[in-house]
Ligand binder design. Structure first.
Ligand code: HH2
Length: 296
């Protein structure tokens, strides 16, 4: 199968988070105030900084999906994301992803220049989203999630998280293909933190390569600054970038091929180390150019 041009096979794709929300759990309110109008110039400056650090994709989101979050009406989500997508499409050369569960938001963002739709609900929340993505020839990231953010952490339970997430993602992949999304443009995501217990998140990260293999797609993970890292380290949300880098390196070693992160510079390094260790495990030796750094 060919690969999506955005999530190329040869690299670990770094997807930079650009949330234009007042209430995202770690970066809410950075670019949009309570008047709901994003500071577009500041976002474009930030996007250039993320690009210089090594981001491959910019993921623009206008609705927080943190545990307990309420749904944002379409008009408000559009007011947040659309001016940003339009400005980024004109002034930054990276592909733009729209992080949304809603077909109308996806459609408008794709018309404004986005080429990726990142849906944490995998097309469950609004099934028309997959049709919109298919018609636009977009790449789609299908996240795994049960229920909605408002209630997803109310007693989540899995008997075999890897098998169940695999089954449910396979059904979402089939739905996307039935809607007409090109098979090579489908990326899967186990949905770290979306209706999962600590032990579920750990299994999904440590064994994500098995999911990628089973589903035959590139696999993205989004552990960035999430609560499970705080549970492991005791770090508050504003101090979780180091633990995020560790989780990213392990995920790449385990078989992830894309990382959605706030700290791009850290993820670039995590990807380099994770990829090198993965190659070493497969008996492929050190990557070209790494020998100079082989001393203590
Ligand atoms: N996590 C968040 C949002 N979008 N998309 C994918 N594909 N995978 C994820 O794990 C994922 C995602 C939640 O994180 P964040 O955007 O930082 O926070 P919020 O939802 O509060 O805006």
């Amino acid at each position: 199968m060919q690969h999506s041009p955005v999530f190329a096979r040869e690299r670990v794709t770094i997807v930079a988070v650009l949330n234009v929300t007042p209430d995202s759990f770690s970066d809410g309110g950075r670019w949009v105030g309570h008047d709901e109008h994003p500071d577009v110039e500041a976002v474009v400056r930030e996007a250039r900084r993320l690009a210089a650090e090594g981001a491959h994709v910019l993921d623009v989101g206008g609705e927080s999906t943190r545990p307990g979050a309420a749904e944002v009406p379409v008009a408000r989500e559009l007011a947040r994301v659309l001016p940003v997508v339009e400005a980024l499409a004109k002034s930054v050369r990276l592909p733009i992803s729209i992080d949304t569960r809603k077909a109308e938001v996806a459609r408008a963002a794709l018309e404004a220049g986005a080429t990726v739709v990142n849906d944490v609900s995998g097309g469950c929340f609004d099934p028309r989203l997959l049709d919109v993505a298919a018609r636009a020839g977009a790449t789609v990231v299908l996240g795994h999630m049960r229920g909605v953010p408002a209630t997803m952490q109310d007693a989540p339970h899995f008997d075999d998280v890897l098998a169940e997430v695999g089954d449910e993602l396979a059904a979402r992949v089939a739905a996307a293909e039935a809607a007409g999304v090109a098979p090579e443009r489908i990326v899967v995501d186990p949905g770290i933190g979306f209706g999962k217990r600590l032990e579920d998140n750990l299994v999904l990260l440590a064994r994500c390569g098995e999911l990628a293999e089973r589903l035959g797609r590139p696999l993205l993970v989004g552990p960035s600054r999430k609560r499970f890292l705080g549970a492991l380290t005791g770090d508050p949300v504003e101090a979780r970038d180091t633990a995020t880098v560790a989780a990213c390196a392990v995920a790449v070693f385990a078989g992830a091929s894309a990382l959605r992160v706030h700290d791009v510079a850290g993820a670039v390094r995590a990807a380099a180390v994770g990829q090198a260790l993965r190659a070493a495990r497969a008996g492929q030796g050190a990557p070209a150019g790494a020998a100079a750094g082989a001393g203590p």
